[in-house]
Design a protein around this ligand. Structure first.
Ligand SMILES: CC(C)(COP(=O)(O)OP(=O)(O)OC[C@H]1O[C@@H](n2cnc3c(N)ncnc32)[C@H](O)[C@@H]1OP(=O)(O)O)[C@@H](O)C(=O)NCCC(=O)NCCS
Length: 254
C-alpha cells in the first residue's frame, strides 16, 4: 500500500519527549552549546571539537555590523513605523539578498561547482574570473563598502587553517581574489560572505544553506537593533544611514 505520509528526519515529538536528530533536547540543554545544536539541526550530526569551534566562529562573525546595512535599516524602519518586533525582524530579514548576506549562497555555489573540476586551482580561478568578467557579473563574496581587508575573513581563514579545515574551496577563493586583481587591475577583499562561503564549503555544507548561515547569525543583532529602536528612539524619526553616531563602550580587551 502506498505510503501517503510525508516525512521529516529533523525532530521526533511524543508526549513529554522531544528529540532533535535523535538527541533528547533536555540532554542537549546545558550540555551542548547553542551553536553545536544549530550544527546538529542543519547537518544531522553533532560537531566534533574542531567543527564546533569553527562553526561558532562563523556564526559570531556576522552577528552585527553597525547601523548601516540594509537589514538593520530595514528592521529599524519597520519598527519606526509603529510595528512590533516580529514584523521588524521579518522586514530586516527580507532585505537579505544578492548584495547583502545572500552572497554566501552564490559564492559557495560557484566555489563548490568549480572546486570539483579537475585541474590546478590557479588555472580554474583564471577561467572563472574571465567568465564573470566577460558576463559583466560581480563576484559574489568579494568587495566591501568599507573594508579593504575584511578582518572577519582573515580570522575565519586563520581558524580554518589552525583547525585543519582549509581545503580546495578556501584555496580557490584566495586564487580568485588574486586572479581578479591580475585581470582587472583592481583589488577586492574577500568579504565575510565569501569567507563563510569558502569555509562552509570546506566543512562539507551544501551551498543551498548559504543564506541560512547569514540569517541565523544576523537575527540576534537585528533583535538588539529593533529593541534599541523601540526603547530609545521616537516613532517615525528621520532614520538615515549617515546621521548616526556610536555611543557604546570603547574597544575593550577580551
Ligand atoms: C558589497 C558591494 C556592494 C560593495 O560595493 P562598493 O565597494 O560600494 O563598490 P561599488 O558598487 O561602488 O563598485 C565599485 C567598482 O568595483 C566593482 N566591484 C565591486 N564589487 C565587485 C565584485 N564583487 N565583483 C566585481 N566587481 C566588483 C564594481 O563593478 C565597480 O566597478 P566600476 O568602478 O568599474 O564600475 C560590492 O562589492 C558587491 O556587489 N559585492 C558582491 C556582493 C557581495 O559580496 N556582497 C556581500 C557584502 S558583505
Amino acid at each position: 500500500m502506498a505510503d501517503d505520509k510525508w516525512h521529516s528526519a529533523i525532530t521526533s515529538i511524543k508526549k513529554g519527549e522531544i528529540a532533535i536528530r535523535g538527541y533528547d533536547v533536555t540532554k542537549l540543554m546545558g550540555n551542548r552549546s547553542f551553536a553545536e545544536t544549530i550544527y546538529l539541526v542543519l547537518k544531522g550530526e553533532l560537531p566534533n571539537e574542531a567543527e564546533a569551534k569553527m562553526f561558532e566562529a562563523i556564526l559570531t562573525s556576522s552577528v552585527d555590523h553597525g547601523v548601516t546595512p540594509p537589514s538593520v535599516l530595514g528592521a529599524r524602519t519597520v519598527a519606526s513605523g509603529g510595528n512590533p518586533l516580529n514584523a521588524a525582524i521579518a522586514g530586516g530579514v527580507l532585505t537579505i539578498g544578492d548584495s547583502h548576506g545572500g552572497a554566501i549562497e552564490q559564492c559557495a555555489k560557484f566555489l563548490q561547482d568549480w572546486a570539483k573540476k579537475s585541474g590546478e586551482v590557479d588555472e580554474l580561478a583564471k577561467e572563472l574570473v574571465h567568465e564573470f568578467v566577460a558576463g559583466k557579473k560581480r563576484l559574489p563574496g568579494y568587495g566591501h563598502r568599507l573594508h579593504d581587508v575584511d578582518p572577519r575573513t582573515v580570522r575565519l581563514f586563520d581558524l580554518a587553517k589552525e583547525l585543519n579545515f582549509s581545503g580546495r574551496h578556501i584555496e580557490l577563493a584566495k586564487a580568485v581574489q588574486e586572479k581578479f586583481t591580475e585581470i582587472k587591475g583592481k583589488s577586492l577583499p574577500i568579504n565575510v560572505d565569501g569567507g563563510i562561503a569558502a569555509v562552509i564549503s570546506d566543512m562539507g555544507f551544501d551551498w543551498r544553506l548559504g543564506k541560512g548561515f547569514f540569517i541565523i547569525s544576523r537575527v540576534p543583532g537585528l533583535v538588539a537593533h529593533v529593541y534599541e529602536e523601540i526603547t530609545r528612539e521616537r516613532p517615525m524619526r528621520k532614520l538615515g544611514n549617515t546621521n548616526w553616531e556610536y555611543d557604546g563602550p570603547e574597544l575593550r580587551e577580551l
